[in-house]
Design a protein around this ligand. Structure first.
Ligand code: SF4
Ligand code: SF4
Length: 332
């Protein structure tokens, strides 16, 4: 049963450029402009009207955009919940400007072992993560540590939890890696690893959406009965100001925006394109959790119920629950 009929999340790509070269990502290989403040202002207004609650200013590396703090300010002024994930290489320079503007600030860390983390990221950034945690805490920020889990680094979760997140009172987010396009994330998780990952979802100050684990066990999205609601739950905007359909990773169609997102989004051709979510041949077996997370929130099915406890837990830990209650999502 469909619970929400409007998009809840916007993945706003401020640039595809990145100062890292992670071995599980290909976004940094693309040439890319930066979004303009004028376009962001117009799109935020329309995103509000479309019912979106959360803006993920993403990339690439979002901190490469010199005006990121201005965009965040605009989003906060309009009552959006904001989120930014960074490899931290620029955080120390930008921390003062960004202070208080990001509800869900995520620092990526894939290993407690410096060499392993730097190898996975294609650049020396482990030290920067450690210094950025210190700086963020000194400014009163509470960054989450975002751990991308592969079969070859799951043993590092315990070390990061015991030595970094638990002592500092930070939230550890565990995000199982996924394959897409030509990006291969290595060996699949074993059954034992999936069981251990699921156990992490019950630990204090750890966020792991156990519905992701069930989806992996179920073989991902199936095109004959798609769980993916990428197109209808999430609005994806590219750095060159286009609406991307049905998700960033497939990028089947692009619709140019000229300060008219609200109108474009509601056009029949656009809706038809977005509704291909989860049904295209490439969608078989998909576990791209950036889109599964909002998909699980808009339709009542077994994944909805599995995702619910971790969603509530995370929002309680971050205090974003209050914002969701104060400004409830439109349900029709
Ligand atoms: S930091 Fe993020 S955007 Fe940059 S290469 Fe790594 S995963 Fe991709
Ligand atoms: S199933 Fe995956 S590839 Fe297909 S639309 Fe959804 S997120 Fe994109």
């Amino acid at each position: 049963m469909r619970l929400l009929h409007h998009p809840v999340l916007c993945n706003y790509y401020v640039t595809y450029k990145c100062n890292a070269k992670c071995n599980f990502c290909d976004i940094w290989e693309q040439p890319s402009p930066y979004v303009t403040l004028e376009n962001v202002a117009a799109n935020l207004k329309d995103l509000k009207q479309l019912g979106v609650k959360i803006i993920d200013f993403t990339g690439g590396e979002p901190l490469l955009h010199q005006q990121l703090s201005k965009m965040l300010e605009m989003a906060k002024d309009q009552g959006f919940i904001t989120t930014v994930t960074t490899n931290t290489l620029l955080y120390q320079k930008r921390a003062q400007d960004l202070k208080g503007l990001i509800d869900m600030l995520h620092f990526s860390l894939d290993s407690y072992d410096q060499q392993q983390h730097d190898t996975m990221r294609g650049i020396a950034c482990y030290d920067s993560v450690m210094k950025s945690i210190e700086m963020a805490l000194s400014l009163g920020e509470k960054p989450d540590i975002l751990f991308t889990a592969f079969s070859h680094n799951v043993d590092q979760i315990e070390l990061i939890y015991q030595h970094i997140t638990k002592p500092q009172g930070l939230v550890l987010i565990i995000n199982p890696a996924f394959n897409y396009n030509t990006v291969d994330t290595g060996a699949d998780f074993t059954t034992e690893q999936l069981t251990k990952l699921r156990d992490w979802s019950n630990k204090k100050r750890v966020y792991l959406n156990s519905a992701f684990i069930s989806l992996i066990e179920d073989g991902g999205n199936h095109i004959n009965n798609p769980v993916c609601k990428a197109g209808s739950s999430t609005i994806v905007i590219s750095p060159d100001n286009k609406l991307i359909s049905p998700c960033y990773h497939l990028n089947k169609e692009q619709f140019p925006l000229t300060n008219n997102l609200y109108t474009i989004y509601r056009q029949e051709t656009v809706q038809k394109s977005l509704k291909q979510e989860g049904k295209l041949p490439e969608c078989e077996g998909c576990t791209i959790n950036c889109y599964m997370q909002p998909s699980f929130a808009v339709e009542i099915n077994k994944y909805f119920w599995q995702a619910l406890p971790s969603t509530i837990k995370y929002n309680m830990m971050k205090g974003t629950w209050k914002q969701l209650i104060n400004k409830p999502l439109k349900i029709r």
